[in-house]
Ligand binder design. Structure first.
Ligand code: GLY
Length: 592
């Protein structure tokens, strides 16, 4: 590892040893049980995670949310495939075994470090609003915002899927394996069936009423009316057929072909809440290459996804606001948490005012990350108590910035994949269908996204437009923060997480964990979460983060203990590769 370790006792505070931290985040049923037939190497990775150790490798590594997906990626990398090839195999498998989080019906962002050129680039495979959508999409006849799940469930919330186009694009740019061979393992497993994991079974049981609203979805997840249970073999022939078409026709199967027609029929035919997505929306869909947004932090460059994601800007702002502060007392120190919490609030205030799809609304990315702007905003952190008032700042910009504050509802969801290949390429991809199980509408054996609910339901406030309002063809603002950290121009860390708008706090903390607290990547993902977006300080229930409640309350924060289910997947790149997988989910890191 390239990062200097500053001592574990220091970074975890005097109260926590590494194993105590591992225990305190209560690993979700992520052991080998239903994954028992996986190769020994992957079982060893699960064991390392359970013991709070990082996984090490010399040549390549993949970290993702499900062992089947990791295996699919590992097989590609072991055979000489690139990180782009492995991403395709991993995403195809995630869509089968972790269907509630991401898949062919969703969208994704990729940050890519190219070993040949040393360039970092980003690909935007975000969903788009249908051409027939209006700013009133999520308002009732009086102009009042719909209730969140009234908007989510059904066809109305479905945006044009971008993930199939992104998969084809990364393969065309950087792949060296045969396209169909990358989809074949998921196709085979869809035919043969896989054992339902504890996490999938639990989430299906918890969402049964919504899953029951769509006939195909109910038939798959609630066969004979009852939720699928742990260990049951689940077959998905429709998904196998979709992958066969994808293998044969490439992305054209979706954007003009038979799978696309299935998507449109499902959206427009959704009972009770049909959507307006059309074949034209699919036909004109494009993945967009965008410049990476990079921010400096303690001698590193933290590079990620710019608009339409708020991820890189908000993570970069949080780190920039903290650059002048000493965080070495660690994650259980109340003063460190005061600084991190109010830095989060300041970043979220700017995010709510300024961040949206920059193809529709000028976004002051440079102004928001400008060191002088952040240094001035950081003076607000100079007191000893929680900020009593947090308002957006006035970043430098060459456009008028008359915007109203956003009104989006963002719940946890999504999946993150980090990959380093044997050529030195690095991929950091966060992928989503938005809410768990997306719109609950299925087509072709996969769930369709509800990404459009990432737009602000309100379009204006007092006559002033909200940047992230719905507009035809626009991409909803995201919080996804796939990130590659560089030092001296070389990648040293790939990181990202699911978790709705808490993604930003999870990713910022993981980076601080590695850089400031000197943690290895597994320790960094195990640090109990404390996330502050809008003022309420969320502390991870059942962990040592709860010890922060009294001191933070005394500083003036409103605190709230709750589950904070990140899904961080980190790879540190140095003399060797070290991988860490979040104990709150079922993923592992594996490499050779
Ligand atoms: N739907 C999750 C995100 O894009 O932030």
């Amino acid at each position: 590892m390239r990062f200097a370790l500053v001592g574990l006792a220091l970074c975890l505070g005097s109260a926590a040893a590494p194993q105590q931290v591992a225990d305190s985040v209560a690993p979700e049923a992520s052991g080998t049980g239903v994954f028992a037939d996986l190769p020994a190497g992957l079982a060893a990775s699960a064991e390392a995670k359970a013991q709070g150790r990082p996984v090490a490798a010399d040549n390549w590594m993949v970290a993702a949310a499900n062992p089947h997906a990791v295996q699919a990626g590992a097989d590609v990398l072991a055979a000489g495939g690139t990180a782009a090839d492995a991403l395709v195999a991993v995403q195809a498998m995630l869509g089968l075994v972790e269907p509630q989080s991401s898949g062919l019906g969703g969208g994704a962002f990729l940050v890519w470090y190219d070993a040949d050129t040393g360039a970092v680039t980003t690909l935007d495979g975000r969903e788009t609003a249908p051409l027939a959508a209006t700013p009133q999409l999520f308002q009732d006849e009086t102009g009042a915002p719909l209730k969140f799940f009234d908007a989510v469930v059904g066809g109305r919330s479905v945006g044009t899927p971008g993930t199939p186009a992104l998969m084809a694009d990364v393969h065309a740019r950087w792949g060296n394996r045969d396209w169909a061979s990358l989809l074949a393992p998921a196709q085979q497993l869809a035919q043969d069936g896989f054992a339902v994991s504890p996490r999938l079974a639990k989430l299906v049981a918890g969402d049964a009423a919504r899953l029951a609203t769509s006939p195909d979805t109910a038939a798959y997840f609630l066969p004979e009316g009852a939720p699928i249970t742990v260990g049951t073999t689940l077959r998905n022939p429709a998904y196998a057929q979709t992958l066969a078409a994808f293998a044969d026709q490439g992305a054209a199967a979706f954007y003009g072909g038979a799978v696309g027609k299935q998507i449109i029929a499902a959206v427009q035919g959704a009972t009770g809440n049909p959507g307006v997505l059309s074949e034209m929306d699919l036909a004109i869909y494009q993945v967009k290459e965008r410049a990476a947004v990079c921010a400096p932090y303690r001698g590193h460059e933290v590079c990620g996804m710019g608009p339409p994601s708020s991820g890189a800007v908000a993570v970069g702002q949080i780190l920039g606001l903290l650059e002048g502060s000493d965080l070495s007392a660690g994650p259980l120190d109340p003063e460190v948490r005061r600084l991190m919490g109010d830095a989060g609030r300041l970043a979220f205030a700017d995010r709510g005012r300024y961040l949206a799809d920059s193809d529709y609304m000028p976004v002051p990315v440079q102004g928001l990350l400008e060191p002088g702007y952040l240094a001035e905003r950081a003076t607000l952190l100079g007191g000893a108590a929680a900020l009593t008032e947090v308002a957006p700042g006035n970043p430098a910009f060459d456009h008028a910035l008359n915007r109203a504050d956003d009104a989006s509802i963002e719940l946890p969801s999504t999946s993150h994949v980090s990959i380093v290949d044997s050529y030195g390429n690095v991929a950091s991809m966060t992928t989503t269908i938005e809410n768990g199980f997306g719109s609950r509408v299925m087509a072709g054996g996969f769930l369709l996204n509800n990404e459009l609910t990432d737009f602000s339901f309100r379009s204006h406030r007092d006559g002033v437009p909200i940047a992230n309002r719905v507009e035809p063809g626009k991409r909803p603002r995201s919080s996804m923060a796939p990130t590659i950290v560089l030092k001296d121009g070389k990648p040293v860390l790939a990181v990202g997480s699911p978790g709705g708008s808490r993604i930003i706090g999870y990713v910022a903390q993981a980076i601080i964990g590695v850089i400031d607290w000197g943690l290895d990547v597994q320790q960094a993902v195990m640090v109990p979460h404390a996330v502050n977006r809008f003022g309420t300080y969320d502390l991870e229930a059942g962990t040592q983060a709860e010890t922060l409640a009294a001191p933070l309350e005394a500083m003036g924060f409103e605190v709230n203990a709750r589950g904070l289910t990140s899904g961080l997947h980190l790879i540190a790149i140095g003399d060797d590769l070290q991988g860490g997988a979040d104990p709150r989910r079922e993923g592992i890191a594996y490499g050779e």
